[in-house]
Write a protein that binds this ligand. Structure first.
Ligand code: XBP
Ligand code: MG
Length: 251
């Protein structure tokens, strides 16, 4: 029986990477007097690595062999990441990052239907609670029984650890839940935890490999703007609780 819905955040609840995280990283780099600048295509490549601190280290290794790393490089990365989080949460507090189509509708319906809601993400916990407060509802974070985020597990997605952590906190097995993801790394993580997963793509992820997903959709859909099914031929529609229960049992 379907008891809980587990959501990825970046790219799934909100299209937050290109115009949210990316400019926040760049603002932090400027603040620290670094000449690092992540444009839209480069950031797409950097998204191969999940986690902001891990992504900055990967950038230096892969793209900036000229950068003379200070002996306290790890501390610099932590300080840069704190500045980036400040810039990002300031943007969120202006309501600058809206939820994706159908997200608020489905969250409300799921709550009314008595489904448990959870989050499993590699981003920083503060980013999640701030997004939910400003783009969902003042008490948006309280809608979720578990918010599994950031460094709470050492191995970030595509490792399944963050989903396994969330399942353990909820006291549920993977067969009682559905996951929602937007990226190949995310899908590998959720499938690795044994979760059936609905994928909604975005501009950075639409060409990813989503083999094994329950459904691959343009978005969750609204009555006046239904989703398009991208994996198999199918009617446009709206992801609601009834459809999720049907997919969950038939798969
Ligand atoms: C997305 C990520 C994160 C964000 C940056 O996570 O990979 O690293 O890009 O966030 P998800 P931080 O899709 O799992 O929500 O800088 O806070 O790590
Ligand atoms: Mg994501």
């Amino acid at each position: 029986m379907l008891k809980a819905l587990l959501f990825d955040v970046d790219g799934t609840l909100a299209d937050s990477e290109r115009d949210g995280h990316r400019p926040a990283f760049n603002a932090a780099f400027r603040e620290f007097g670094l000449d690092w600048d992540w444009d839209v295509p480069l950031y797409g490549e950097l998204l191969a690595v999940t986690g902001g601190k891990e992504r900055m280290k990967y950038y230096v290794e892969r793209f900036r062999p000229d950068f003379a790393k200070p002996t306290d490089f790890d501390d610099l990365v932590v300080a840069l990441h704190q500045a980036k989080t400040r810039h990002y949460t300031e943007l969120l507090a202006t309501g600058g990052i809206p939820l994706r189509p159908g997200v608020e509708r489905l969250l409300r319906e799921a709550r009314e239907a008595g489904l448990i809601l959870g989050v499993a993400t590699t981003t920083t916990p503060e980013n999640v609670t701030t997004l939910l407060r400003h783009s969902l509802a003042e008490d948006g974070a309280d809608w979720f029984a578990v918010i599994a985020a950031g460094d709470i597990v050492p191995a970030k997605k595509p490792a399944p650890d963050i989903y396994l952590w969330a399942l353990e906190k909820l006291g549920l097995g993977p067969a009682e839940c559905l996951a929602f993801e937007d990226s190949e790394n995310g899908l590998r993580s959720s499938l690795g935890a044994g979760l059936k997963t609905v994928v909604t793509v975005n501009d950075y992820t639409r060409d990813h490999d989503f083999a094994g997903a329950l459904a691959v959709l343009s978005d969750l859909g609204e009555a006046d703007a239904p989703y398009r099914r991208l994996d198999v031929a199918g009617e446009p529609g709206v992801v609601d609780v009834a459809r999720l229960r049907q997919w969950h049992t038939s798969a």
